[in-house]
Design a protein around this ligand. Structure first.
Ligand code: 13P
Ligand code: SF4
Length: 311
């Protein structure tokens, strides 16, 4: 039996569902039940009837699945799959900041790329796919603190016109794209459109024809009136896009150092580790129940507000 067949057999015997983020290697995406962005996968995790959730992504994503599914076993192929955004906002530091600024009575909006402990300190969560919608539903009378991604936060301010105080975190992958690296690839493909993730810097976002979450990139590329599209995000996205939009020429946005950008955390997961975590039901995501319940409130608020007709 090859690895993929073994994974499918184990999945059936465990009554498991395999959720994979758009940045996973192609062979993991191809064996998954659902592939998507953070928002789509959060909905899938909430809705599943499976006993075991195998989350092929990074730790905060698997933890999010556990927060909304305390009774289920949640495993991820590599427990070291972290995220630079999560690391840039330690919960004790956020708590100290909120205590020092208690008089401001901040409404805290946390990008889902953060720890469960940071979620527990927040009023509502957002993803890149719904951040504009979530900010538009924030109470008008309260100042907003947006954590941890300053680039996504700045883009949301541009989109909504709502002022926010921004935590100064960033994604180490998306800040590697520069104005020069994108201008160089644009010069090679003068007819191409550019789609970029909102975690990119302002200099790069200004060169993009569209800025959106990984899932929205699919509709954008499918409907684009041109063949060449430069995709400025993590390299795994190209596999998904090439499957969904076979008639398009999808070009990886380069950084100064590389022809494309890999997230070293996303790429820790392999097909072999996926097989092993299904066989061993390890490594598991476990959470203190009090913390989990505190983190669940803002997450459920996000899932509800995300369905609201507010734009
Ligand atoms: P999406 O929610 O757009 O998939 O983004 C997740 C992420 O980690 C981007 O770096
Ligand atoms: Fe985190 Fe950036 Fe990797 Fe996304 S690409 S998981 S934001 S480090």
């Amino acid at each position: 039996m090859d690895l993929t067949q073994e994974i499918l057999a184990l999945k059936r015997s465990r009554n498991a569902v395999i959720l994979a983020h758009n940045y996973q290697v192609g062979e993991i995406q191809d064996v998954a039940d659902f592939v998507g962005d953070s928002l789509g996968l959060a909905y899938q995790a909430k809705a599943t009837a499976a006993d075991v959730i195998v989350f092929c992504g990074v730790h905060f994503m698997a933890e999010t699945a556990k927060i909304v599914n305390p009774g289920k076993i949640v495993v991820l192929p590599d427990a070291d799959a972290g995220c630079s955004l999560e690391a840039s906002c330690p919960a004790p530091q956020l708590e100290a900041y909120l205590t020092a600024n208690a008089a401001k009575n901040y409404y805290v909006i946390a990008y889902i790329n953060c720890s469960g402990a940071v979620k527990a300190l927040s009023d509502v969560i957002c993803t890149s796919g719904n951040a504009v919608k979530i900010v538009n539903q924030a109470p008008a009378e309260r100042p907003i603190l947006f954590v941890p991604d300053a680039n996504l936060g700045a883009w949301v301010m541009e989109q909504t016109g709502r002022k926010m105080d921004l935590w100064q975190g960033s994604c180490y992958v998306h800040v590697e794209f520069t104005r020069d690296s994108i201008n160089r690839i644009k010069a090679e493909y003068p007819a191409a459109l550019v789609v970029a993730h909102p975690e990119c810097t302002l200099a790069v976002r200004l060169l993009a024809d569209e800025v959106c979450s990984t899932e929205k990139m699919i509709g954008y590329c499918r409907d684009a009136p041109v063949k060449d599209i430069i995709v400025v995000t993590e390299s795994g996205m190209l596999h998904r896009l090439r499957k969904e939009c076979p008639d398009k020429n999808l070009i990886a946005g380069p950084t100064e150092r590389c022809a494309c950008a890999d997230c070293r955390y996303m790429k820790l997961n392999t097909l072999q580790k996926l097989r092993d975590c299904l066989a061993d039901l390890q490594p598991r995501v476990e959470m203190d129940e009090v913390l989990r319940a505190q983190a669940e409130r803002p997450l459920l608020r996000m899932l509800e507000q995300s369905l609201s007709p507010v734009l």
